[in-house]
Design a protein around this ligand. Sequence first.
Ligand SMILES: Cc1cc2nc3c(=O)[nH]c(=O)nc-3n(C[C@H](O)[C@H](O)[C@H](O)COP(=O)(O)OP(=O)(O)OC[C@H]3O[C@@H](n4cnc5c(N)ncnc54)[C@H](O)[C@@H]3O)c2cc1C
Length: 321
Amino acid sequence: MAKLKAGIVGAGIAGASCAGTLAAAGWEVDVFDKAHGAGGRLSTRRFEQGWATLGTPFISAKREPFRSQLRDWVRQGWLAAVRGDVWQGRATLSWAQAQMQNHYRPIIEPSQLVRQLLGEARLHTDSRVVALRPRTLVLEDGRSLDDYDCVICSVPVPQAIPMLDALPLLRERLIDVRYRPIWSFLMRWEGGPTADVIKFDDHLLNLAVRQPTGGDGLWAVHSSHEFAETYLEASEMEASNRAASALMGLLGLPWPVEIEASHLWRHARPVASIGGFWVGDRENRVALIGDGIAGVGVERAWESGTRLAQAIMQSKEELAL
Ligand SMILES: Cc1cc2nc3c(=O)[nH]c(=O)nc-3n(C[C@H](O)[C@H](O)[C@H](O)COP(=O)(O)OP(=O)(O)OC[C@H]3O[C@@H](n4cnc5c(N)ncnc54)[C@H](O)[C@@H]3O)c2cc1C
């Protein structure tokens, strides 16, 4: 019997967990991502001295089955519970005081965690999908791949909407989902708190996380949503300079801050999501997953992918969309 075939758009944690679960059950799975590699908002930047992440710094699990997934990654030596001090306002706090006890940090590149979830699924990078049709994915280069038993879209909702012209009923269900942006920067400075995480009580900056590689004093700095909305159309240079001067003021740094990289996440976190784990058009064999559907955070995104895959597999009619 021919294998059932799924086409998935987006190799973030939601798409990868869905793809890997289906592939482990014997499906033939193609995953297309417009980026150079897997990871999405868990992707990493590589440079000479190592890697750093401008996206999600921490992963936490509130419940099973994601707790088991994290325990497994800890056993493999890929993830570790966060330790150290948090500097907040003007004080140094323990992780417990900062309410971060259940937070884990990747020891390996977070994008590798996502890569591992893909399992036997085939990843096609630098492959932007421009349209979804019943059982069909249309790529930017004009190819139309129409032999899928189901197609799954796992990208931030505002990026999914333009792909859904041929599926207006599905598109209508997404109209109210909104995301807020974050500017992230890799910065290096001398002095300041000795903690590993800085939580700013400030309207411009939100968080700074010391990077595990890249030499002394390399930090990922995340702006507030308000900052990113103000500088949504600003150049990287303008946004970086504004953030650096805010940082120097907040930490009272004696020397200028060095800015090594910056990235604007236009769709960093959904403000409101649809609820449930996925939305689907059963007749046309199309479904959508990801944090815009299931709710903010890595855990919800992972759950939306695995739950959809399980529902597809468990359905007596083979496809429970
Ligand atoms: C700065 C920042 C900090 C965060 N901090 C935390 C935190 O501490 N804890 C936490 O739980 N969560 C955090 N989050 C949120 C978390 O990262 C997301 O909820 C989660 O990673 C979403 O995963 P996803 O698979 O739904 O989407 P994504 O990771 O966005 O994956 C979508 C993928 O689709 C691809 N794609 C988009 N359009 C197309 C197209 N047309 N064709 C092909 N591919 C396409 C993208 O390249 C991307 O790889 C943070 C996010 C950001 C940005």
